[in-house]
Design a protein around this ligand. Structure first.
Ligand SMILES: [Zn+2]
Length: 446
């Protein structure tokens, strides 16, 4: 019944924010590309002009500001209840464990409350570019957004009116929430998120049910909030166990626990409220504790086109534990960390890193396409629309390690390459033609 309900990762500022990856740089440094991060579920933003690394909140310190006052309700929830939910669900990301190990390092700083915010005064707090307008970006070091208010608002949209204002009239009937970084700054030569923003659409929990005002339970809605908070922290969507979600939508709920929180689809908020293994690896990769790096293994490799030379971006690579393939599988999109700019999905970057693997267990590695429906606000970096033209494949053999912290190289014993069947095409990474296929594309197509 929830097919068609949407969770967006960026609000109306998304043409500007997403362009960040395409306005940076004119050279492609793929030959020296050497990511040091441990990314799995991936970041929304990458410093493609410099380090090729994820752009995150500095030192894992997340700042946010909440509405306050009796008028600042979230559907049927009082302000106090809504505030408590946000705090609780941020803490859920912070308190993630894998095999009993605390794998996340995050600090939350709740700033001054905002009073009541609604459609009449939201422009004082929320930065967006309405769907029918073109909005300018900014010069470095402020590379996206334009607020710089020092606030990182998480707004409670009581009746859907703020959602409609940002996403277009009627959007509040299908979008439960949206969130993302809004200001990125260079601090000491490193790009950091310094402001984020989110709107949670309380129309879905207002006790009114009609064709133009769908209702979900608060428990279901919590699944949407925890999803949006991950975007607020700079984390991207993911694709694992897509077949489990498809099965659910056909009426078979037997694999609901395999549906990740960060799938772009809101399938079962209650099930997605509990982060899947892949979600745990994603947050742990973006904001790792020391124990995460030392306790688990990772698989690293590179995806190439059929010429065995050209690195291929945008391939979803999945490691799944052989004795629990739906419960313990995690993904990484090839070339999500890259530098330079070019046409969509044609940067010569094919590296991937699959983290969070348990020593002593065996895993299989496969690669697959990202669903062609995941575009715009539902996209998975670094490609929008997704990479195509190659075939899914499982690598021969299995992968295992004996001690935490070790790295397994995927491929044959003589090579770390994965060669796809994609036909080599003319690549133009490095030219000046920034083709932003997502410009203006904030809407979601499921
Ligand atoms: Zn999302």
């Amino acid at each position: 019944m929830f097919n068609g309900l949407r969770l967006s990762k960026v609000p109306g500022v998304c043409p500007v924010i997403r362009q960040l990856k395409r306005i940076f740089g004119i050279l492609v440094f793929f030959s020296t590309f050497s990511p040091v991060g441990l990314y799995a579920g991936g970041p929304i933003l990458v410093d493609t002009d410099g380090s090729g690394q994820a752009i995150l909140w500095k030192n894992g310190v997340i700042h946010y500001n909440l509405e306050s006052g009796t008028a600042a309700k979230l559907g049927k929830l009082s302000n106090e209840e809504a505030v408590a939910l946000v705090r609780e669900l941020f803490d859920d990301w912070k308190n993630i464990t894998i095999n009993g190990v605390s794998t996340v390092s995050l600090t939350f700083v709740e700033g001054a409350s905002l009073g009541s915010v609604d459609a009449s005064n939201m422009n004082q707090h929320f930065t967006y570019c309405p769907p029918d307008k073109t909005c300018p970006g900014e010069s470095a070091p402020f590379n996206s957004g334009s607020a710089r208010t020092g606030e990182s608002p998480i707004l409670f949209d009581d009746d859907g009116s703020m959602t409609d204002a940002v996403q277009g009239v009627g959007a509040s009937q299908s979008i439960l929430g949206f969130a993302g970084p809004r200001v990125v700054e260079s601090i000491g030569g490193t790009m950091y998120i310094t402001e984020g923003q989110a709107i949670l659409n309380g129309k879905f929990i207002d006790n009114v049910t009609s064709s133009s005002n769908p209702e979900v339970t608060v428990e279901q809605f919590k699944g949407a909030i925890i999803h949006e908070l991950f975007h607020f922290m700079g984390g991207d969507h993911t694709q694992v166990n897509l077949s489990s979600a498809a099965k659910y939508l056909r009426g078979d709920k037997s694999e609901k626990d395999a549906i990740p929180t960060m799938l772009p689809l809101f399938v079962d908020g209650e099930a997605q409220l509990t982060p899947h293994f892949d979600d745990k690896v994603s947050i742990s990769s973006l904001y790792p504790s020391a124990a995460f790096s030392s306790s688990f293994c990772r698989v690293e490799g590179t995806v190439f086109e059929s010429d065995s030379t050209t690195q291929l971006q945008g391939v979803n690579v999945i490691a799944s534990r052989d004795d629990d393939p739906l419960g313990e599988d995690t993904s990484s999109v090839s070339g999500v960390l890259y530098t330079g700019k070019g046409e969509n999905c044609k940067a010569h970057a094919g590296r991937y890193i699959l983290s969070g693997l348990t020593p002593g267990k065996t895993y299989s590695v496969k690669y697959e396409k990202i669903s062609s429906g995941f575009t715009g606000g539902s996209s998975i970096e670094p490609c929008d629309p997704p990479q195509s033209g190659f075939e899914a494949k499982t690598l021969p053999g299995t992968f295992s390690c004996s001690a935490g912290g070790s790295v397994i190289t995927a491929g044959t014993s003589a090579s770390s390459e994965i060669v796809t069947t994609k036909t080599t095409t003319t690549t133009t990474g490095g030219d000046n033609q920034a083709v932003s296929s997502s410009a203006g594309g904030c809407s979601l197509l499921l």
